[in-house]
Design a protein around this ligand. Structure first.
Ligand code: MN
Length: 369
């Protein structure tokens, strides 16, 4: 088959010679032959499709390494690679969308922030009633979870590695100052940032190397009408509202990302040997910049019941059982006890932690149970 000069090939694939030279330098598309005397590049006609694929992958925003990988794969594997790339883009966009929604929601509710801005919240005073419980379970030698509930902070952290216990304790400890701060409307963003930075640093200060030690952190900060959610790892937050149980966090696990990318079904995931392998967590010492937790602002309604739990509960009990136990327990303390007992009745393979909080109309019940 006849070779094409770079000019002829460029015309045929509607890319500029400059783009083709760039692709060559970036090792995205090598000419079929380079004349050793003149240095002229020659392309084979069957490279037309590859040139077009590279151009479109660049338009898609795929990084160079990804394009090289796709180019080296058979079509079916290349298709899977592109699907996985796009799922990661969407997950990233979803995190940014949540952050944007958080900011819009926050700024819409700062009183007097704009002339004529009508606060859309009614002025009903709400309060929290809460309980926290953490248990070693029946198999593990020690408890590396930390669970905490205070007037404003609800938190569950699941430490891992030899320094897992101090890591989870430090992450939660770093949030407790929020219980003592007056949460002025104009300071919520900075207080949350302080909390996230503080927890990240606290874990680094007490834990061992980042490739061994770290912790998850799922926390809610009560603002009086809303709950600010801070989340990293595979601990979870659920909302029980109007009889329905809703998972309001996204697991940062390798298996969940495989589900998101369409490589695994949720059914296959429950039996996956590496289902607890984390994609993100607060790392120990010596890591590159720590990944940032998800941040969300969640409107609370009177009658809501929230559950924060470690994976020692959510991987052991099906959601139907969690919903039934949460629904039938009269108080947060009874709910937390029932959930921990149920996990242990199922073998208690892992540390198990539960924080349960009810949102009540102010004055309708004791604050702490
Ligand atoms: Mn665990």
């Amino acid at each position: 088959m006849e070779m094409l000069t770079i000019g002829a090939f460029a015309k045929a694939c509607r890319l500029s010679p400059k783009a083709l030279r760039l692709y060559d330098e970036l090792e995205l598309l090598r000419p079929a032959r380079v004349d050793p005397e003149t240095g002229y590049r020659y392309y084979a006609p069957e490279q037309l499709e590859q040139a077009r694929l590279v151009a479109w992958l660049r338009r898609l925003g795929m990084p160079l390494a990804g394009i090289r990988r796709v180019r080296s794969l058979e079509p079916a594997a290349a298709a899977r690679e592109i699907r996985a790339f796009w799922a990661r883009v969407e997950a990233e966009t979803a995190t940014r969308r949540d952050l944007a929604a958080f900011l819009v929601d926050h700024l819409s509710n700062v009183p007097g922030s704009a002339p004529g801005n009508v606060p859309r919240k009614d002025t009903t005073m709400l309060e929290l009633r809460y309980s926290a419980l953490s248990d070693t379970g029946l198999v593990r030698p020690s408890n590396q979870d930390t669970a905490y509930a205070g007037t404003r902070v609800l938190a569950v952290a699941d430490g891992f590695g030899p320094g897992g216990a101090p890591a989870s304790a430090a992450a939660v400890e770093a949030l407790k100052f929020l219980d003592r701060e007056p949460l002025a409307a104009g300071r919520v963003l900075n207080l949350l940032e302080d909390a996230v930075q503080g927890a990240t640093q606290a874990v680094r200060d007490v834990a061992g190397p980042a490739d061994e030690d770290g912790t998850t952190l799922t926390a809610m900060v009560w603002t009086g009408s809303q709950l600010a959610l801070v989340h990293i790892g595979d601990s979870r937050a659920y909302l029980l509202r109007d009889g329905g149980l809703f998972l309001i966090t996204h697991d940062h696990t390798v298996v969940q990302s495989m589900i998101d990318e369409g490589r695994l079904t949720p059914e296959e995931a429950t039996a996956h040997p590496q289902r607890s392998l984390l994609l993100k967590a607060l790392p120990g010492t010596g890591s590159a910049p720590a990944p940032t937790p998800d941040l969300r602002l969640h409107d609370a309604l009177a009658g809501d019941r929230y559950l924060l739990c470690s994976d020692g509960l959510s991987t052991v009990l099906p959601e139907t059982a969690i919903r039934e136990l949460l629904t039938s327990a009269p108080t947060p303390a009874e709910a937390a006890h029932a959930l921990v007992a149920a996990a242990n009745d199922s073998g208690g393979p892992d540390n198990v932690s539960c924080v349960v909080a009810d949102v009540l109309t102010a004055g309708s019940g004791a604050a702490v149970q």
